[in-house]
Ligand binder design. Structure first.
Ligand code: CTP
Ligand code: MG
Length: 230
């Protein structure tokens, strides 16, 4: 069945994780930094609010930005959104978000630090996830990438055309991702790793080079340029 045919039956929830502390960007609250006239977080949440494939949005925040988040939900009239406190690690925040989703078949997990989420990224991701139960946005690696040991000596040069940079959204059948979050407790840097560890197949679909994660000050400068050109 096509996504269009299923649209009315799909129960889809989005979790936007925004509870980090921004250590690599001098601990500024990158999530609330102004970007093209609105807080950085508002870009991705506006897209989910506008997307008719998504019925509910959970935003995870930390103790320092919780009140800012509460106010923003009201100001921007995000009728689908609820907020909750995240945890120490990204995956702890996602876990809290999963707990808040109600009656969902599909969970879309997205970094609040990635402002340039689009309707296409959501729609294409859901389509891809329906093939295997799990799909993540990714882009081909542009640079040759090296594996190195602790002394900085190269141990391997993986074939570049097999390498992808993982982004979000990452989209999962709800039962699969909740099972993974119950069973896997080691630190991971994305959600797909969890379900990979349980042996599930995860499909890559084409993300976008401008779907950047604002991680360092250089990324923020780039985000300002992208925002001007959208
Ligand atoms: N995140 C979260 N809860 C955490 C850690 C991260 O919700 N305990 C969120 C961040 O707010 C961000 C996303 O996960 O939207 C991706 O994380 P990252 O870019 O690493 O953000 P930070 O953890 O804030 O940055 P840093 O690692 O530099 O401290
Ligand atoms: Mg982090």
């Amino acid at each position: 069945m096509s996504l269009r045919a299923q649209r009315s039956n799909l129960k889809v929830g989005a979790i936007i994780v925004a509870a980090g502390s921004g250590e690599r960007i001098d601990n500024i609250d990158k999530i609330f930094v102004p970007l093209g006239g609105k807080p950085l977080l508002a870009w991705s949440v506006d897209t989910c609010q506008r997307c008719d494939l998504v019925q509910q949005i959970v935003i995870t925040l930390n103790n320092n930005n919780f009140e800012l988040g509460q106010n923003l939900v009201k100001e921007r009239a995000w009728s689908k959104a609820t907020i909750c406190l995240g945890g120490l690690r990204r995956q702890d925040s996602v876990k809290e978000g999963l707990r808040k989703l109600k009656d969902c078949d599909w969970a879309i997990i997205h970094d609040g630090a990635r402002p340039f989420l689009t309707l296409d990224l959501i729609q294409n991701g859901l389509k891809a996830a329906m093939e295997t139960g799990a799909a993540i946005a990714a882009v081909p690696v542009k640079d040759t990438t090296k594996l190195a040991d602790d002394a900085g000596l190269i141990t391997e040069t993986p074939q570049r055309d097999k390498l992808w940079t993982a982004q979000t959204p990452q989209i999962f059948r709800f039962g699969m991702i909740t099972e993974a979050y119950k069973k896997v407790t080691n630190e991971v840097t994305d959600d797909a790793t969890m379900v990979e560890r349980l042996g599930y197949k995860v499909k890559l679909y084409l993300g976008a080079y401008n779907n950047i994660k604002v991680t360092t000050p250089e990324d923020l400068a780039l985000a300002k340029i992208i925002a001007q050109n959208i």
